[in-house]
Ligand binder design. Structure first.
Ligand code: DP6
Length: 360
């Protein structure tokens, strides 16, 4: 596939008016995307768990645009109320996707969106939000091309979502989702995410993720700026190579269910991501003292009990605690007793690996 394959031909149908709703989950990267080239092309391939409880639900109502109006025409409601602050992001998204879904020029849209998690939780909603939006657009395109195949719809939705936010490409379909060209992953491409094509041990299909909300404040440095700082970064090439090597290594880890090696690799990815931030120019730190307290407690607990519990981090202070479903009881009592005291207002979100977005 090339990006030209996503430019539609002429259709004998027209898009009239209607409503479409999608619920798209968030995802947590195991191998991190950090650094990009122009046009939302990732500097290295990445792999994530699809989440389940953390999701964005978006309804798009579409109809004829008022005559004589130029530019994109849309109303935006977040949790039922107009949200000015989100409009520029949506406008940029529409500009980027317009060559591939040209009908966005001719229609008025009412976009109603809501997250299952609190907006100020420090959990990024760009992945789930852009994925839900992209899926709604693809459902409209299906009106124009009713024979469109499901695989194409998902691939193009991921392609469009990527143009909004890179990690959104991994919030469409699959439990483990791979995005970015990688020699050892058949079908992998920088253009869109694909369900992990190799064998996966059942222990990973019901993995748990308890998200500890350590700091709910606005981040000091956005992911977009962080990605830019990988350009000319002294360790960039070594890091990109490491991501490829980690994906090679994960193949047997996933196949055989090797949890010790899985935990070591996932934690190394998380700490490398934050190490890259700490030696960018300018440098910055997104972890908070409580992030480190939690990490130390996890290590202590693992040493003393042998539990298969590990952590990962996204571009913020919150900690994702990952463990297999069959160890849930013991790990949850440890989390509640030893880790929740380090969360802001004792808040955390219980999530697990899901299967992808759903139309409703
Ligand atoms: C640390 O997808 O938020 O979560 O493409 O600029 O929108 P943009 O960046 P974004 O970056 C995510 C970075 C990360 C790692 C990951 O999800 O792979």
């Amino acid at each position: 596939m090339t990006k030209k394959d996503f430019i539609p031909g002429a259709s004998s149908n027209t898009l009239q008016k209607g409503t479409v709703t999608y619920r798209a989950p968030s995802n947590i990267a195991l191998v991190k995307y950090w650094g990009k080239k122009p046009d939302q092309v990732p500097a290295n391939p990445s792999l994530s768990f699809m989440l389940d409880a953390c999701a964005t639900t978006t309804t798009m109502t579409y109809g004829a645009k008022a005559g004589g109006q130029t530019g994109f025409s849309f109303d935006l409601l977040f949790n039922g109320r107009p949200k000015e602050a989100f409009r520029p992001k949506i406008r940029t998204f529409l500009e980027r996707v317009a060559p591939y879904v040209p009908f966005v020029h001719d229609h008025h849209f009412t976009i109603e969106t809501a997250n299952s998690f609190p907006h100020s939780s420090g959990i990024a909603s760009s992945a789930s939000g852009m994925a839900a939006l992209a899926l709604c657009l693809m459902e409209m395109e299906k009106e124009l091309f009713p024979d469109m195949e499901r695989d194409f719809l998902f691939a193009k939705a991921s392609f469009l979502a990527r143009l909004g936010s890179g990690s959104a490409s991994r919030s469409i379909v699959g439990s483990l989702v791979h995005w970015g060209e990688h020699k050892g992953t058949p079908g992998s491409t920088d253009l869109y995410g694909i369900p992990y094509p190799h064998e996966v041990h059942p222990v990973f299909t019901r993995y748990q993720d308890t998200i500890l909300l350590v700091d709910k404040g606005q981040k000091q440095v956005s992911s977009t700026v962080g990605h830019e700082l990988m350009q000319g970064h002294p360790y960039a090439e070594a890091r990109f190579g490491q991501a490829h090597a980690h994906l090679d290594r994960l193949r047997s880890i996933f196949k055989d269910g090797e949890l010790d090696d899985f935990m070591a690799l996932v934690e190394s990815e998380a700490l490398t991501l934050h190490a890259m931030m700490m030696c960018s120019s300018p440098y910055f730190i997104l972890m908070k003292p409580n992030t480190l307290q939690i990490i130390e407690r996890i290590w202590e607990f693992r040493r003393s009990t042998g539990a298969h519990v590990c952590f990962t981090l996204d571009a913020g202070a919150n900690v994702h605690v990952l463990y297999p479903d069959h160890e849930k009881e013991a790990v949850m009592s440890f989390i509640e007793e030893a880790l929740v005291p380090f969360c802001e207002n004792g808040q955390y979100i219980q999530d697990n690996v899901g299967t992808g977005a759903r139309k409703s």
